[in-house]
Design a protein around this ligand. Structure first.
Ligand SMILES: *[C@@H]1O[C@H](CO)[C@@H](O)[C@H](O)[C@H]1NC(C)=O
Ligand SMILES: *[C@@H]1O[C@H](CO)[C@@H](O)[C@H](O)[C@H]1NC(C)=O
Ligand SMILES: *[C@@H]1O[C@H](CO)[C@@H](O)[C@H](O)[C@H]1NC(C)=O
Ligand SMILES: [Ca+2]
Length: 464
């Protein structure tokens, strides 16, 4: 045991500089050129050992169409931007005054062709169509074919599922009939059109769907409809895509509203999967963040594994680039690793100005620091670092209906402002990440200084 501990410590010391080789849900995720990844409403395609990430470029902070981006990666962490996969065409349904959302790509073996489906709409979401585009290489650029209403009915948020039968039958998954009925419809052999309805979940008000097949069983993951605001995403299972589907169940504890995210894509990996969601920020759409978590199937009920900092080990046995503890979950084995952190309770810090202690059983240690910001501060001394960049997760509660934020200053250095999305209640705790450089040894971190607005109640921080 001692030997294991010291080798973990050694791993921590020698490898900490490679900390940007990790998935940090809610952080600004930069590509290999250092730009924020713009690929919202994601779709993933794997070709050989390369992953392709398609998504909405929202860098113009607008819902209107700018581009479907294409990024490549071999490890799901380090992404390089390629040419845009789909670009606007004036006077069509994919002009810059239209909506193109949730691009998904599958490969059609018969035609040796990549086929992209997306939500195609007018600017007020009144057209409610799907669009189809094709290309001969994964990133394209894709040639736009058409937009239409599948089987003559509405289609808004959509996804695709390609089955593993010899014909590789594919299906459109979509919110139909003014988002009231959720439908799964079979595609034709070219993947250009739909043919027949496979199943309908009537009055289910589901959107943002993904389907994963596990041991002959189909799992549908979807959110309900609450605009850009998060809700508790659900799962359903069936032994056939024609149903019957099980009744809905949560993929995460209901109050956390899927850790403030909405499903975009579910990527099977090993015996589990990765949940890939969006944390939408409607007033600044380009700053919407990606919330990716392991989706654990070991209990038979797909469940998000909340991990502040984690990595995907694509090659079993490959040395880990980050200090990790393998998640102690059956089936995870070498596939997922979550970083181990050191916790500092906010209530153990030194309160300044109008800051006060808040008590609630939902807080770690039963306490948090309230009335931060607007003159209130808390200082945590003796936060241990190693002279490198560290991710710190701030655990907080924000019972407002709007976002708050908090300043973070390390060793009297410049303030970093960290957003604190509403948590859905004053008793609900979420975490947000911030990356800082800590001195080797003890550090002093001040929260809430120099801001006129109130920050959220700070429960604790975890330093990775
Ligand atoms: C990330 O990918 C780029 C381009 O493929 C490569 O040059 C770089 O070494 C990679 N970095 C890491 C940390 O894997
Ligand atoms: C899709 O199929 C329907 C029914 O056969 C047909 O009416 C429609 O024109 C087709 N749409 C496209 C875009 O090919
Ligand atoms: C910080 O939060 C306040 C609301 O508490 C908001 O008015 C302000 O715009 C936020 N600042 C930034 C830079 O987002
Ligand atoms: Ca606490």
């Amino acid at each position: 045991m001692l030997r294991l501990l010291s080798s973990l410590l050694l791993l921590f010391t020698t490898c900490a500089s490679a900390q940007n080789n990790v998935i940090v849900p809610g952080a600004t995720w930069t590509d290999t050129s250092g730009n924020a990844i713009q690929a919202h409403g994601a779709g993933i395609l794997k070709v050989g050992s390369t992953f392709y990430w398609f998504g909405e470029d929202k860098s113009h902070n607008s819902a209107l169409f700018k581009a479907v981006s294409c990024y490549t990666s071999s490890d799901l962490v380090n992404w390089s931007r390629q040419n845009d996969a789909l670009s606007p065409i004036a006077n069509t349904m994919i002009s810059t005054s239209n909506i193109v959302e949730r691009p998904k790509v599958i490969f059609n073996q018969k035609n040796s062709e990549y086929v992209m489906w997306f939500h195609s709409d007018s600017s007020n979401y009144g057209a409610a169509m799907v669009g189809v585009a094709t290309a001969k290489s994964p990133c394209g650029p894709y040639t736009y074919k058409s937009s239409f209403k599948p089987l003559g009915a509405d289609s808004r948020d959509e996804g695709l599922f390609q089955d593993d039968d010899s014909a590789q039958t594919a299906y459109l998954l979509y919110a139909s009939d003014n988002n009231q009925n959720f439908k799964i419809t079979k595609l034709d052999a070219n993947y250009y059109n739909v043919t027949t309805l496979a199943s309908q979940l009537s009055a289910s008000t589901l959107e943002s769907p993904g389907v994963i097949k596990r041991n002959g069983k189909y799992y549908l993951i979807a959110s309900h409809t609450s605009g850009w605001a998060p809700n508790p995403n659900k799962w359903f299972s069936a032994t056939s895509l024609s149903g019957p589907w099980s009744s809905q169940a949560d993929i995460a504890p209901e109050p956390v509203r899927t850790y403030f995210s909405q499903n975009a894509y579910d990527l099977p990996l090993g015996s589990n999967a990765i949940y890939m969601g969006d944390r939408w920020r409607p007033d600044l759409l380009g700053s919407s963040r990606y919330i990716w978590y392991p989706l654990d199937f070991s209990s038979g009920s797909p469940t998000l594994v909340h991990a502040d900092v984690w990595s995907v080990n694509l090659q079993a046995g490959k040395p880990q680039p980050v200090p990790v503890l393998v998640l102690q979950l059956p089936g995870f084995g070498r596939t997922y690793s979550a970083a181990s952190g050191t916790t500092y309770e906010a209530e153990s810090g030194t309160l300044g100005g109008s800051a006060t202690l808040a008590s609630d059983s939902s807080f770690s240690g039963g306490r948090a620091v309230g009335y931060l910001g607007h003159g209130g501060t808390v200082t945590l001394n003796n936060v241990q670092g190693n002279g490198q960049k560290h991710w710190i997760s701030l655990y907080y509660a924000n019972g407002d209906s709007t976002w708050r934020n908090v300043t973070v200053s390390v060793n009297n250095g410049p303030s970093i402002l960290v957003d604190q999305p509403d948590t859905g209640g004053g008793h609900v705790i979420l975490s947000v990440p911030v990356q800082v450089t800590l001195n080797n040894g003890a550090n002093s971190i001040v929260f809430g200084a120099g801001q006129t607005n109130y920050a959220a109640d700070l429960d604790k921080i975890v330093v990775y």
